[in-house]
Ligand binder design. Sequence first.
Ligand code: SF4
Length: 263
Amino acid sequence: MKVNLGGLVYLSTVDWMGRAAMVIFLRGCPLRCPQCQNKALQNGEQLVEISYIKEEIKKIRCFMPTSEQVTLEEACLKAAERPLISALVFSGGEPLMQPNQVVSLARTAKSLRLKTGLETCGYFPNRILRLLTQDVIDKVFLDIKASFHDPEYENATGMAGVALKVKESLSICMKLGIPLEVRTTVFPNMPSPSEVFEIAEALLDLKFIYPENRLESFVIQQGRPRDAEVQPICLENLKSLAESLKDRIDVRVRCSPKFGIDL
Ligand code: SF4
């Protein structure tokens, strides 16, 4: 089986808060978000054998408990060589453009006792459902880019008709009780504070409908505008937005996404 690979990051501490993770970026995305930070991964082709990626996953997990005896010195050397990576995260692009590859790689990760996470835009609810019922994903990180209607969602993703699919994906995650982090990236022009409130309201409604949900947090991220001339939204504004929601939902503010500083 081939994988359309965007890249591998061997150590990330920002994709899964509290864990050191390897991240596999899968190429291809059905959306065309104007503020996309990974435009190079929206399309194109870089096909590699899946066995290559599996070998790379095994390398990060080479320091595993084994029945073989090693000296203390050898154990220290191995531990220093390999940080204690405990998770594998699928990112992109949109990983569910390649659902069979995600399942196969996630199985390898789980056989190595790594936790598995999926970062997704939620465009493929049926694929999320199929994936989650195969029990190979431990946590979903779902991007919600705007309030659930057009033209807001269309403006944020460059495509009409996405909002309902994302809402269905969200409902599936809540209904199945998969550990879930919802992320909304805020830029100066979108989504507006009232949209962020609407997203929070939608989360609260679904929490009520699906009491078995495991929504762990709603993360409001500071987006970095693609136009370097435009300043990101002020962190103080995001913090006061979060402050007004925090009595009702576990909300966190994150400085520009890839800096990974939770406030
Ligand atoms: S969903 Fe993500 S990868 Fe796809 S276009 Fe939007 S920001 Fe880019």
